[in-house]
Structures are given as structure tokens and as C-alpha cells.
Design a protein around this ligand. Structure first.
Ligand SMILES: [Mg+2]
Length: 309
């Protein structure tokens, strides 16, 4: 099954429109091939400081990692997991689950932290993050139970999400598909092709969240390739669109509630204005923390800030 998935994603890179069509009937058949390592489910809510502490612990263990881009989506994932994503029986492979497509796969530590809270990943797995022999690698991989797509290279997850949304329509299911896309990732052409596809097939069960942290690997998004007014562009592609503070959980929750219940034949988008590195003062807006190593000193300082939140 893994080989089938890898082939699919290589193929997806070649033609996102066809990839969306194929994922509509193929992706729901493929299942995660990794064995599950479960421990008793943690009943804590998805509390952002706790998630950020998990991310820092993973980052320190993994030695070279994407921290800033994980921190910017913590509240987005917290609200989705706490109040919106439906997993019957808390089963990440349930056929009737909602799908979370983490298209910006370099933010995967935030999802790993949520998966731990769901009881899908034990702490021992988080401690092995990004080390030799682990299945928790630096970018999200579909082979990991709880991750739906391989999120690197960037730009392809939204096509898969559109295919999943079309599959749900074929099934006459009320499943929803949430896709998290980076603002730098939105520089990729396949994102826009997927948007055309979603509008054409009236995929009102697809909700895209843009993590607009205004940075990407090589600098400020406005300097690398300015996406301009993303809300206006999504609206021009026939999406219902809201813009919110991506760290305001109540605002995110409200926008999600408003958009996901609109079954009007139009796909949905939330432009979440976020801060890269949110939660640690010396990381916020500092693109050095896109991908770098924590020293014992910076780890201790970051933990201190998060724990004092
Ligand atoms: Mg970005």
C-alpha cells in the first residue's frame, strides 16, 4: 500500500488535476500501513502552551527541525481537533472520518503534538522524532497513521483534499475535508489548479485554511513571490472566504462554524493571519527559526516562556 501511495504522490506532482480525480476514488481505499503504538488517551484539551511544549521537546530531541512554521498553526490545529474534526470512536482510520490534509507538511510537529493528545502517538514516539529509525520524520508522511498526505514537496496537498471532497460527494457523505496550506506554499501553481477544480465541482465540503505567517523558507513571502490579497484571490475563485487572527481560538472557531455549515456549492477558505514562531518572543517573526537547531540554552529559554504563558 505504501508503494501505491508513493506512486500516487509522484504522479500527483506531475498533474494535480488528475491527481485530484484519482484521489477521489483511490485515496479512500488506501489505508495507513503503519502499526499503531497507542497509550491511554490523554484527556487534556488541545491547550496551545501544552502543544508548544510538546513541539519544543520534539525539536530539542530531533536537533534540526521546523519550529516557526509549526508554532504558527498551533491554534488552528487546536481548534480543529477540539471542536471540528470528527473521528468516530477516535479512530484515525475510520471510513467516515473527516480528513485533515496538512499540505504544509513542514509544520507536522504541531499535528504530532495533537495526535499525542488524541492518544494516537505515545510520548516515546515523540521522543524519537526525526531520529534514525523513527517513523516520525521532519515532513508529514501519509504512511503515519493520523496523517492523510505526504506534505513535502509542497503544493500538492490541496489537490488531494479536493479529490477527497469529491469522493465524499460521490458517497453522499457529510464528511468534511480541511486543508492547511502555507502562504509561501500558495506560490505553487498546483494550489491554484486545485482551487479551480474545487469551484468547478462545487466542493462546499472542502475548507482551506491559509496559514498566512508572511514568511517562507527563503524570506518574507512579499519579497520572494508576493501573493497579494489572498482573500480577494480566493473569492475570485468562487470560494466563500473569511479572514481571522489565526491565534484567536474563538475567532477561528466562529469562522469554521460559519463556513462549514454553508452547503451552497462553494468551497470555503479561511485566511488565518498568523505569526511565525508564535509563542516564543525570540522566535516570533524571526525567519531563522524556520529551520534551525535548539541549543540547551535556547530550549530552556523557550520552554520557560511557554510554561509561563
Ligand atoms: Mg508561510
Amino acid at each position: 500500500m505504501l508503494e501505491a501511495r508513493q506512486g500516487h504522490f509522484i504522479w500527483a506532482a506531475c498533474h494535480p488535476f488528475l491527481a485530484a480525480c484519482v484521489s477521489a476514488d483511490a485515496r479512500l481505499i488506501l489505508s495507513n500501513c503503519c502499526g499503531r503504538e497507542l497509550e491511554m488517551q490523554n484527556s487534556r484539551p488541545y491547550y496551545p502552551p501544552v502543544l508548544r511544549k510538546s513541539i519544543l521537546d520534539m525539536a530539542f530531541a530531533g536537533s534540526a527541525v521546523h519550529i516557526g512554521c509549526a508554532f504558527s498553526i498551533v491554534e488552528i490545529l487546536a481548534v480543529l481537533h477540539r471542536s471540528h474534526l470528527r473521528f468516530p470512536g477516535n479512530d484515525p482510520e475510520h471510513a467516515d472520518r473527516d480528513f485533515l490534509v496538512l499540505s504544509k507538511g513542514h509544520g507536522v510537529m504541531a499535528q504530532y503534538a495533537c495526535m499525542h493528545e488524541r492518544g494516537w502517538l505515545p510520548k516515546s514516539a515523540l521522543a524519537r522524532y526525526f531520529k534514525d529509525g523513527t517513523h516520525l520524520r521532519g515532513l508529514g508522511e501519509a504512511a503515519v497513521t493520523g496523517l492523510e498526505v505526504t506534505g513535502g514537496s509542497l503544493g500538492h496537498g490541496l489537490s488531494v483534499g479536493a479529490g477527497l471532497a469529491l469522493a465524499a460527494k460521490f458517497k453522499q457523505s457529510d464528511q468534511r475535508i480541511y486543508a492547511i496550506v502555507g502562504d509561501g506554499e500558495a506560490n505553487e501553481g498546483p494550489i491554484w489548479e486545485a482551487m479551480l477544480f474545487a469551484a468547478h465541482f462545487r466542493l462546499d465540503n472542502l475548507l482551506v485554511v491559509i496559514d498566512k505567517n508572511d514568511f517562507q523558507a527563503m524570506g518574507a513571502t512579499r519579497d520572494v513571490l508576493n501573493g497579494g490579497d489572498l482573500a480577494a484571490k480566493f473569492q475570485a475563485f468562487d470560494f466563500d472566504t473569511e479572514t481571522v487572527d489565526g491565534h484567536d481560538e474563538a475567532a477561528l472557531d466562529g469562522a469554521l462554524n460559519t463556513l462549514k455549515t454553508l452547503r451552497n456549492g462553494r468551497p470555503k477558505a479561511i485566511i488565518a493571519q498568523t505569526v511565525k514562531g508564535k509563542g516564543v518572543s525570540f522566535m516570533e517573526g524571526n525567519n531563522v527559526w524556520h529551520y534551525t537547531r535548539l541549543t540547551p540554552e535556547t530550549y530552556a529559554a523557550a520552554i520557560g516562556e511557554v510554561e509561563s504563558t
